[in-house]
Design a protein around this ligand. Structure first.
Ligand SMILES: Nc1ncnc2c1ncn2[C@@H]1O[C@H](COP(=O)(O)OP(=O)(O)OP(=O)(O)O)[C@@H](O)[C@H]1O
Ligand SMILES: [Mg+2]
Length: 368
């Protein structure tokens, strides 16, 4: 997958921008707050039609403007096409492929982003790890994002019923209207998460061992309120869900909130059998995230036949020499990569491969 040209209007701090991109490596240099991360965000947006930083598309519109437009010339195994996305302040989004209006985003363009925010994955909150899982699984399976949205909608309805509850008998009746759908979508989400974590666990274990000179072991575990694992059939997950929900119903009525389901689960990351949340060093956390991201790239390659584009936001400076070298070897597999940073030598000294270098200054980009 490649992005050949990029055109943006009124996106974040960019008024107007048009750039031809290198098919292999693009480096964006600039001081703080000039627009490096914003540029990567615009590229990420083409992979699925949402930002990696916010759920509110309105935030992406340049301040004091009423719309943004972003367009790109994309190349995938299916050929080249022109994708344009327009978004207005009123919340209207228009997607055009080769000039023709479409209802949904194309599914064959993917991006993996690795940013300083990700470095908090192992030690951060369970909700951060759930978001990570949901975002990455969404890239691998387009149906997953839709299922998750359906689940979240029903969860909201269910929580509303619990919150407004006056009389337990009536609340139980109201809940029963939602419960079958809740169990259905929740189980689909769980099944996909378990399947993906199983793959991710195997791959990231291998990458992590290579990154640590075969010295350390990474292991992923899905922590659920249900006793299920990656072998569990959908019907089994559903019946466990139903059973456990019944047991917890009294507590739910007391607490006025849904206590069971994928929205309460967590991804447990273990390094040498110790929970990374409590024990991992800074370096181990970085290595862990690097291993996970590179594994996701491999899963996407396995499923779609080609690597996604890789967005490395300011992470070169966060990695030590041996990890930088490892990363550069990965990039050399023919992955179109976008690297941002403030210091030219930090990136170039490690790269040793031809790259197109851009300088970003207050939302203006020029080729160096
Ligand atoms: N909707 C918006 N409209 C106008 N400006 C915005 C908007 N959203 C963000 N900005 C501004 O864009 C500027 C550049 O942000 P960006 O995150 O891209 O910086 P950066 O070059 O990555 O800096 P750093 O090196 O600190 O990470 C910031 O000053 C930010 O306030
Ligand atoms: Mg930045």
């Amino acid at each position: 997958m490649r992005i050949k040209k990029l055109q943006i209007i009124n996106f974040r701090n960019y008024e107007k921008l048009y750039v031809d991109l290198d098919p292999n490596i693009n480096i964006f240099l600039g001081n703080n707050a000039q627009g490096k991360t914003n540029l990567l965000e615009s590229i990420f947006y083409f992979a699925g039609g949402r930002s990696n930083r916010t759920f509110q598309d309105r935030e992406l519109i340049r301040l004091n403007q009423s719309f943004f437009n972003i367009a790109a010339e994309l190349e995938t195994l299916n050929g080249s096409y022109h994708l344009k996305i327009a978004y207005t302040q009123e919340g209207k989004k228009k997607i055009k492929i080769n000039g023709l209006e479409k209802k949904s985003m194309p599914k064959d363009f993917k991006a993996v982003i690795f940013s300083p925010d990700d470095l908090n994955l192992a030690k951060g909150s369970p909700s951060g790890r759930r978001d990570f899982l949901d975002r990455e699984i969404g890239q691998i399976s387009s149906i997953y994002s839709k299922t998750l949205r359906d689940y979240t909608k029903i969860l909201r309805q269910r929580n509303k019923v619990l919150k407004l509850s006056m009389d337990w008998k009536k609340t139980e009746e109201d809940l029963s209207l939602w419960d079958e759908q809740f169990i259905h979508y929740g189980s689909l989400v769980l099944k996909k998460r378990l399947e993906t974590i199983q793959k991710l666990s195997i791959l990231s274990r291998l990458v992590y061992r290579r990154l640590t000179d075969n010295k350390e072991n990474l292991h992923l575990n899905y922590v659920s309120g249900l006793e299920i694992n990656h072998d569990s059939e959908l019907e089994h997950i559903k019946s466990m869900f139903r059973e456990q929900l019944n047991i917890l119903k009294k507590d739910e009525l007391k607490n006025r909130v849904s206590l069971l389901g994928p929205h309460r689960d967590d991804l447990k990351i273990l390094i040498d059998n110790q929970p990374a949340k409590n024990y991992a060093s800074q370096g181990q956390q970085r290595t862990c995230v690097l291993a996970l991201k590179l594994s996701i790239m491999e899963i996407i390659k396995g499923k779609w036949g080609e690597y996604p584009v890789l967005l490395l936001d300011d992470v070169f400076s966060e990695l030590d020499q041996s990890r930088r070298i490892f990363l550069v070897q990965e990039i050399k597999k023919g992955i179109q990569t976008f690297i941002t940073g403030t210091r030219e030598e930090e990136i170039l000294n490690n790269l040793n491969v031809p790259a197109k270098i851009f300088l970003i200054k207050q939302g203006n980009v020029k080729v160096l």
